[in-house]
Design a binder for this molecule. Sequence first.
Ligand SMILES: *[C@@H]1O[C@H](CO)[C@@H](O)[C@H](O)[C@H]1NC(C)=O
Ligand SMILES: *[C@@H]1O[C@H](CO)[C@@H](O)[C@H](O)[C@H]1NC(C)=O
Ligand SMILES: *[C@@H]1O[C@H](CO)[C@@H](O)[C@H](O)[C@H]1NC(C)=O
Ligand SMILES: *[C@@H]1O[C@H](CO)[C@@H](O)[C@H](O)[C@H]1NC(C)=O
Length: 796
Amino acid sequence: MEPCSLACLGAVLGSIVLAAGTEARWATFSQPGWQSGQKPGEDTQISVILALRQRNLAFLEERAQRVSDPSSPEYGQYLSHSEVSALAGPSEEAVMVVKDFLDGASGGHYRFSKAHDFAIFYCSITCTERLFSTTLLLQHGPQSPPVSRIRAATPISLPISVSSVLDGISLNAPILMPRRPKPFVLTPFLYPASGRLAPRIDPLLVAGDGFLMLRFVAYCANGEVNRDRLEQGVCSSSGERPTRIVSFEILVVQEPSVQKVVSMPAVPLVLGQRAGNCGQQVGCVEFNATLGSILNYMTTRVVIRAFFNDGSVTDFSNPTEVRPVWPLPYTTPDFLSRHYNMPLNMPVQHPRNAISVAEFLGQYYNPADLETFFRVMGIQSWPQTAQPWTLGPDVPQTGSVLGGEAQLDLQYIMAMAANVSTWFWSVPGKELATTQEPFLQWLFEVADHNETTAPLVHSVSYIDDEESVPVWFQRRVDVEFMKLALRGVSVLVASGDDGASGYRIRHGNTQFCNRARPGFPASSPWVTSVGGTQLSNVASPVCGYTSDSMVVNCREEGEVACSSDRGGLITTGGGFSNTFPMPWYQREAVGKYLRQADSPLPAAEDPWQFNRSGRAYPDISAVANNYLIWMGDGLESTAGTSASTPLIAAMVAHWNELRLQRGEPQLGFLNPLLYTLAKAHPDAFNDVIIGDNRCGISECCERGFGAARGWDATTGIGSPKFDKVTELLRLRVPSAGVASLSSCMAATPRPAPWPVWMGAVILAGVTTMGCAFVVKTRRRGNAGTHALHKGLLERT
Ligand SMILES: *[C@@H]1O[C@H](CO)[C@@H](O)[C@H](O)[C@H]1NC(C)=O
Ligand SMILES: *[C@@H]1O[C@H](CO)[C@@H](O)[C@H](O)[C@H]1NC(C)=O
Ligand SMILES: *[C@@H]1O[C@H](CO)[C@@H](O)[C@H](O)[C@H]1NC(C)=O
Ligand SMILES: *[C@@H]1O[C@H](CO)[C@@H](O)[C@H](O)[C@H]1NC(C)=O
């Protein structure tokens, strides 16, 4: 509907109020896992974000394509904040309609974003219910610690003049949450008090880099659990004439072809001990052992038996009593630096080179932990950038957690991009108590920062199943990302940790294995979606080959799709959007995947459906598991595409640095460049060809997507070889430069098309030297900008 002119406004506003409640975007809030609870207090203040409908979006989208396409003459010619606002912003009439509507509320206040594309309205529950003709209830979700939000429990009704100038409002918007697995906690296992002879191993083994830890209790000859400590003699108090246990034998089986037998005398020198949990009033003793020299990467199982002093021996324990584990190296900044050939402690310097991590829901970080992490990991820092600049709160709030998410994001971004200016963009902002929709709120805040202040890269680790996010919300968020692409901002989004079937299969809900469930915002065509890999020594099919006469063991380690059934703890998200069609930059790469035979896709008639025409993700990947982070009083290991995302963000900061130092624009929206590079220079990426994403965090489904040569729906184009990609970016030369050095000197900082370089790297390499030098001497300082940049930020 055309926005109404001013003349007709009064007429519409004065006329009958038409219910807009039948449209999906005005529907009652509903989201799997969330239930309505009680009524919030009438005087509770809440905020409502109104997303105004914008203009010229098709035109802007075309423009966004050109400024991010390396083969376009307009590549890198980003628009300013005010240019985007002027083009996309709603009409004055639309703004008037919303103003009049909000002025009609019985109380409250509101403000618009600079571009008038969002409004935020604050009022009491009663006032809000009346204005939006709905009923508000508290909603309780699967969040830990519990968070409740206020949402519309009946459809929203608005005058048609108002609903027609809005995309939607936050009262029924989805609640996006971090999807990280809970930290690994060793809960005491309840051992049977009697009825067996073989020792019992706690099913939860701990596996690390080349070692295993196990805990077990022993059973005596009479079938009772052992209550004696090692110094007393194991089983020395069992019965009249006790038979004591003198040693244990542990057999470690690592598939396919490694066995290791460890004999452990029952003495305090080799075993640890503490009180075990064998039921009430049974004071059993639990032993623990650490086994070293274990091979990494292999599926590892453990059994144990006991030797008595009369020469008798028990059976081995049942191998199925213990979950298999996969010993793996730990991921540290040093490891990542070696694995990806990324410089550590090489400071980025350009004052515009800033990165932001978005954190929602009261996640906060601890500055002391960050310092300790740097010290423990041998990372250098510089006073100006040693701590992030905080937007919004970073203080323990009621209901907030010392954020594993926030700590992970910050520790790795700041370690891998030394001296980068980091924004800790924490939402909800000042209005913690009332902010109901952190994601829209974040977009509102991001939209209000212009190019003098805005970070060039955003790292976002929040996701939900696309199907539980209303379509209007997805489209609006996608448009905001497109506007950021126009402005030359890179948005990196984690592809999710629940494989192809999504979050809902968690907790044994394998009925949701019935089809692919893409995740949002990973499925937005205007973000770079980052998947997860893990290291393996079976990174190509031949490595796992076994036959009657041969076992092929590979020594080299490589990346495979991260999956919980190979010890990855999470499974890389990936798939095809049901909302967004496949964008231009990936059609060729994804088309090949749809036709390949390495890992054939479920047939069209297979009941497990996925959308062949949808936006396919992830775009790129990196190692996502076994990250060591400093949490409070020690190191913890964690996994997630929320680890690989900040890592890629740090790489982008280095790449942006290279360009900014030469007076060139930053990389902006990355995907067209990434797919172009992967096609022209496949050797600049680690192509991941083993693994799949049919599992989730613990459950596995039958179907998922498989890794394959080239792009695939588990790891995208693979992980970047940082040094190779850097070299390609360094060799890039303005097409003018190829012609002659003088035209090179005259070249503006605006970049020229890239295809010349794509084909003629050697020629370009020679010419670039001159160009790079010339451009460098032309570089202008930006100190003033930087001061402004800092002055605007608040520290809490
Ligand atoms: C047993 O576990 C404790 C911690 O619970 C640890 O300090 C000790 O080193 C372990 N002992 C062995 C032999 O693994
Ligand atoms: C760190 O970055 C700032 C700009 O943010 C720059 O002024 C400073 O020189 C850099 N420090 C080092 C050691 O390169
Ligand atoms: C960017 O925003 C800041 C603060 O709002 C303002 O001072 C500055 O003039 C703006 N710059 C441009 C180019 O609009
Ligand atoms: C598949 O994706 C397209 C967008 O590319 C969408 O229009 C269509 O509805 C989707 N199909 C299903 C079954 O969801």
